[in-house]
Design a protein around this ligand. Structure first.
Ligand SMILES: O=C(O)c1ccccc1NCC(=O)[C@H](O)[C@H](O)COP(=O)(O)O
Length: 225
């Protein structure tokens, strides 16, 4: 199950080489995102994922990232049984999300947030997990931009029943502060731990994971005192 509501998780998103997945899990990543959107600079074709990720699938959480997928890609991603969740980053509607959920698919709906009014859309989706990303019109994700974290705090207050995942412009330098402030169930990063698009820098990944975990420990200490 990803995200596990009982566990604080780090998801590293958008590898282009399947062999990087095992290394990222060995470094402590809880989930790795595989971008199936052909226009992404982090695209991994589904056939490559199916051929290269069998060893890590099952033991670890792989998440498929999709943008307005057609029925054929959606069906192929679901029936590959490679993914613990589908993360939808496009203009997918609440009805489409609900249809997938009825098929037993674990959906994470990604939403770009601009201001407090834009948080209302969270309540329109039936899925438990909502990933908040930066508002960046004309793009669907992976832009390396942060949004005001007060909006993530507000989202948790407005929708306490939802699992809020935080993304957008996170880096090893800012993730501890982001986690402490917003206390998400999971953080998600693409650009902030890369040497090249789709190629993760392992030192940055290790630092990112350690800093995120420190943030959760600090937040737990603050709320206990
Ligand atoms: O990463 C991409 O290229 C991408 C393209 C289209 C839709 C989603 C995409 N990435 C999804 C993610 O989960 C990213 O981690 C998230 O948008 C944050 O990205 P970044 O600000 O680069 O850390």
């Amino acid at each position: 199950m990803f995200p596990d509501p009982k566990r604080r998780s780090v998801k590293i998103c958008g590898i282009t080489q399947p062999q990087q997945a095992g290394v990222l899990f060995a470094l402590g990543a809880d989930a790795v995102g595989i971008n199936l959107w052909p226009k992404s600079k982090r695209h991994m074709p589904l056939e490559v994922a199916v051929g290269g990720l069998q060893d890590v699938a099952g033991k670890n959480a792989l998440v498929a990232v999709l943008v307005n997928p057609d029925a054929a890609l959606l069906d192929a991603a679901v029936s590959s049984q490679l993914f613990q969740a589908l993360q939808l980053h496009g203009d997918e509607t609440p009805a489409e999300v609900e249809r997938l959920m009825k098929r037993g698919v674990n959906v994470i709906k990604a939403l770009q947030v601009r201001d407090e009014a834009s948080l209302a859309q969270i309540g329109e989706f039936a899925c438990d997990s909502i990933l908040l990303d930066a508002y960046n019109p004309g793009t669907y994700g992976g832009g390396g931009h942060a949004f005001p974290w007060e909006l993530a705090v507000r989202a948790r207050e407005m929708f306490p029943q939802k699992q809020i995942l935080l993304s957008g412009g996170l880096t090893p330098d800012n993730v501890k502060q982001a986690v402490e402030q917003t206390q998400p169930v999971a953080v998600d990063v693409a650009s902030g731990v890369e040497s090249l698009p789709g190629s993760k820098d392992l030192l940055q990944v290790a630092r990112f994971i350690a800093e995120a975990r420190d943030g959760w420990v600090k937040a737990a200490g603050d709320s206990a005192s």
